[in-house]
Design a protein around this ligand. Structure first.
Ligand code: ZN
Length: 484
């Protein structure tokens, strides 16, 4: 400790200045700690929301000015395609903002920038920027929700303000140490204070940056699920990012972010938490991670208590009535058994003149129109997998063929997300809630009640995400009930 000798020469005055500074710094720190919403992590906050907002407003104006100067803003009037792109992004963004409960708190705005860089960012004042280069990698609304969930999470967690506070602190701490060294008349003062600066930079700021990224991933995952998107799509998204990265695209967005591999591993670990929100979007966001863990434990206990459900063996003449958006009920009656591929299917005649052909396991094999036109699924659309069990999840690549000769491939994914009480026309059922998506977009949510042996409620979503409500109003499926 030869160097230590030199510190002994520190003048008493300098020493007491340093002590005073460190003391005031610690007081400042104690009074300036606050909890991050959702994770409950304590963060240093030396900057007020107003200060952050006015800084962000200025950045926003500067940035938009430079975007417009280069004619890079995508405008709705440009083409129908552009209008569709913007409204699609805006819809996902607002769903995320609503899930976060922040619609009224900021002046949200979505700006789409024409650029092949796959990037997105959000300013702390709620201004969202999406670069068109991100869209092919986001690929679908769920992929976009993964990115926007992450970005909005930075806003909720006030990462921008925390980082500014840290920079302030690091500067104060660095200057304090440097001042003490200077007055100690140390010949190496400059070198040492530079080293302190570097140490603070790499020891404090950079790890925080990584911690912020992880925290934004974690919060973002909950937000996308609460907004109605399958959170496991986030893993698919980061996989695509990695593939695109190795294929040599420009990646400014990623340079400050953790590797996609680390990211996917972490997200996979957090997925069960996010599934709580995919299962029940009305569930309030947690106060902290302990509350989240408790909620997950409660959910697992409840799920473990769900019954084993096997498909009903239906006989000819079985029927059920469904009402769509409160319109007159439509009857589905099992009129005959037909061959479908190598097995036997149930053919339901629907009172609107159409037909539904289902396998014995209630997978959709074919839909037939009034005029005899048909749409066929291969393999049959598997909306159920028996026995039903909460947490079960499966995906299929399904070929959809129509009588007009068209053929396309779709990716379907089904999750049994919950076993819960559902009310249909004033009557309560215990039901498995099943979420289904097609090509990453939510397609339907189904409540299957074992006591009925079929779905008692079904919400379908069109391509714009608009829901349609279908309710069972009566049935005779080995046992009967009239809910009218
Ligand atoms: Zn980030």
């Amino acid at each position: 400790m030869k160097n230590g000798e030199k510190f002994k020469q520190t003048e008493p005055a300098a020493k007491s200045i340093m002590v005073a500074l460190l003391f005031s710094l610690s007081i400042l720190l104690l009074s300036a700690c606050q909890a991050v919403p959702i994770t409950g992590r304590q963060q240093v906050m030396l900057i007020s929301d107003d200060q952050v907002s006015s800084l962000a407003d200025r950045s926003y104006l500067d940035f938009v000015k430079s975007v417009d100067a280069q004619n890079r803003r995508l405008n709705e009037g440009e083409s129908p395609q552009a209008a569709q792109t913007i409204s699609g992004i805006r819809r996902v963004a607002y769903q995320i903002v609503d899930a976060a409960g922040l619609r009224g708190k900021y002046q949200w705005e979505v700006v789409v920038i024409k650029s092949d860089i796959p990037n997105a960012m959000v300013l702390p004042n709620g201004k969202i920027f999406v670069f068109t280069g991100l869209l092919p990698i986001a690929k679908n609304p769920a992929g976009l929700a993964a990115v926007l969930g992450h970005e909005v999470a930075h806003v909720i967690a006030r990462h921008g303000a925390e980082r500014m506070s840290q920079v302030l602190l690091v500067n104060v701490a660095g200057n304090t140490a440097a001042a003490a060294l200077q007055s100690a008349n140390n010949r190496n003062a400059q070198a040492i204070s530079a080293a302190i600066g570097l140490g603070l930079q790499y020891g404090v700021l950079l790890p925080y940056q990584r911690a912020h990224e992880s925290e934004a991933d974690r919060i973002g995952l909950l937000l996308m699920a609460k907004a109605g998107y399958d959170p496991s799509e986030a893993i698919e998204f980061w996989q695509r990012m990695e593939t695109a990265k190795t294929s040599g695209s420009r990646f400014e967005f990623l340079s400050t972010h953790p590797s996609e591999g680390t990211r996917r591993t972490q997200i996979a670990r957090w997925l069960p938490d996010a599934k709580l929100y995919y299962a029940d979007r009305s569930r309030p966001l947690p106060q902290n991670l302990i509350a989240l863990e408790q909620a997950r434990a409660d959910f697992n206990t409840q799920a473990a208590a769900s019954p084993i459900a096997q498909p009903l063996k239906l006989e000819k003449g079985s029927w059920y009535d469904f009402s769509r958006d409160r319109a007159n009920p439509v009857r589905h009656e099992l009129t005959e058994f037909v061959t479908c591929g190598t097995s036997e299917c149930m053919s339901f005649a629907v009172s609107d003149g159409t037909k539904r052909i289902l396998t014995r396991n209630f997978e959709t094999y074919e839909l037939r129109g009034r005029d005899g036109s048909w749409t066929r699924f291969s393999p049959a659309l598997s909306g159920y997998r028996w026995p039903l069990r909460v947490g079960a999840t499966w995906s299929d690549s399904v070929s959809v063929e129509t009588s007009s000769g068209s053929k396309r491939q779709v990716q379907t994914k089904v999750d049994i997300v919950n076993y819960e009480e559902v009310e249909v026309r004033g009557r309560k059922f215990l039901a498995f809630k099943i979420s289904r998506s097609i090509n990453g977009s939510r397609a339907s949510e189904v409540w299957y009640a074992p006591e009925v042996g079929y779905e008692v409620k079904l919400i379908t979503y069109n391509s714009a995400g608009v829901p349609s409500n279908n309710e069972m109003v009566g049935f005779n499926l080995n046992k009967s009930l009239d809910l009218e």
